[in-house]
Ligand binder design. Structure first.
Ligand SMILES: Nc1ncnc2c1ncn2[C@@H]1O[C@H](COP(=O)(O)OP(=O)(O)OP(=O)(O)O)[C@@H](O)[C@H]1O
Length: 257
């Protein structure tokens, strides 16, 4: 699904990413964990073709960057981020916003078919936002907006779904409800490969088979979540002694000292 070989990005004399080697295979879901400024967003921008590497090779969905049509490829990659949340038009109704996902457009300018509206309604129902169909996007809460974004992304039937800190701005209940949805989504046969970026270990659900630990623009470690979400590795990674607890099949950490 995604293959990065020795990817380095330098901008304004600064290494944003350094020698990244990363392979995401079909059937895997990855969580990317890192502190502020560790290069997570830069990495996502490379995958989306918004940030061109200074050196190295990028292959996404069997397309090698530099030899492929990136805008076409982007249609197969769903991307959920806070900047997209802000770009959507406040005055559009939720149904239009969801339907606009078919065209990856901000606003709905093209005719849609009955089956598209049916699909949008099914997705809204699965996300518990069907009652908001005719509500203006601008008045929704952060949690509701997040669900609209997910439904919008899924309309395009992406092969990869990237979630960049999707729980930012969600309260405790909204966050847990959102994570429950992600868990349900991961169990569906049609689920795209999920790439979930977060600062918070406890958001890494059991459906995330693998974890990429990012530090200072480099891959600190990568591998099975069960191998990496341990007291020993996380203490080394964060550079602070942490204690780890398993609850509801998730890892919760606290700083010891
Ligand atoms: N165009 C650029 N020129 C110079 N430095 C940049 C540029 N874009 C990003 N950076 C720097 O690269 C580093 C990595 O940024 P990035 O946004 O990828 O980190 P992040 O892990 O996503 O951080 P956060 O968790 O805070 O969102 C930061 O120090 C940032 O200031």
């Amino acid at each position: 699904m995604i293959h990065l070989k020795d990817v380095t990005v330098i901008r304004n004399g600064k290494y944003l990413l350094k020698g990244i080697n990363w392979d995401v295979n079909k059937g895997e879901h990855w969580a990317i964990l890192g502190l502020n400024g560790s290069g997570k967003t830069s990495l996502l921008n490379v995958i989306n073709g918004y940030l061109y590497p200074t050196s190295g090779k990028v292959e996404v969905l069997d397309q090698e960057f530099g030899k492929t049509n990136i805008p076409e490829l982007r249609k197969e990659i769903g991307f959920i981020s806070s900047s997209l949340k802000q770009q959507l038009k406040d005055y559009d109704i939720v149904l239009s916003v969801v339907l606009s996902g078919i065209f990856a457009s901000i606003g709905l300018y093209e005719a849609v078919e009955k089956k598209d509206v049916e699909m949008a309604r099914t997705l809204m129902e699965q996300l518990g936002i069907e009652h908001l169909e005719n509500t203006r996007y601008g008045i929704l809460s952060e949690g509701e907006k997040q669900r609209v974004l997910i439904a919008r992304a899924l309309m395009a039937k992406p092969k990869i779904l990237i979630l960049d800190e999707p729980c930012n701005g969600l309260d405790l209940i909204a966050r847990e409800e959102f994570l429950e949805f992600i868990d349900r989504l991961a169990k569906q046969e049609f689920c795209p490969t999920l790439i979930y970026v977060t600062h918070h270990v406890e958001e890494i659900l059991p459906c995330f088979s693998h974890v990429l630990l990012m530090k200072d623009g480099e891959v600190y470690e990568k591998g099975l979540a069960s191998d990496l979400l341990t007291e020993e590795t996380l203490t080394r990674f964060f550079g602070r002694e942490v204690s780890v607890q398993e609850q509801q099949n998730r890892t919760w950490i606290a700083i010891k000292s």
